[in-house]
Write a protein that binds this ligand. Structure first.
Ligand code: 5GP
Ligand code: ZN
Length: 112
């Protein structure tokens, strides 16, 4: 499968990683939309939030533990935003589930 985030997870494509463990990797977004813009992904390929199920949801829960840890380690006490785009209408361009972790500026709501 030709998946860019699988390749980042296994080291085939370089990325600036800020966190890695057995099941999850977090790295800086190539085109940051905020002073801090990190992508948190599972190492296993799940194509989108629509494909989360009983068998793979533990890694998604773990991603949120990692997000909480990163928010503390990287000084996001003022707040941060977590975004998941699912499907074409929502603007998902990479079909490997990922959570945008953004901080360092104010965010408007509702998101456009
Ligand atoms: P989406 O639009 O699917 O929610 O988010 C995909 C994100 O992946 C975008 O913010 C884009 O900048 C980022 N991205 C795409 N290709 C690469 C890459 O090769 N390396 C990194 N670090 N980020 C990427
Ligand atoms: Zn993948």
């Amino acid at each position: 499968m030709d998946c860019i985030f699988c390749k980042i997870a296994n080291g085939e494509i370089p990325a600036t990683k800020v966190y890695e463990d057995n099941t999850v990797v977090a790295f800086n977004d190539l085109e940051p939309q905020a002073p801090t813009h990190i992508l948190v992904i599972p190492k296993c390929h799940i194509s989108s939030a629509a494909e989360v199920n009983e068998e793979n949801s533990a890694v998604i829960a773990h991603i949120f533990e990692v997000i909480a840890k990163l928010s503390k380690d990287l000084g996001m006490a003022d707040g941060f935003r977590v975004v998941n785009n699912c499907g074409d209408c929502a603007g998902q361009t990479v079909k490997h589930i990922h959570f945008h972790l953004m901080a360092g500026r104010e965010f408007t709501w509702p998101a456009g």
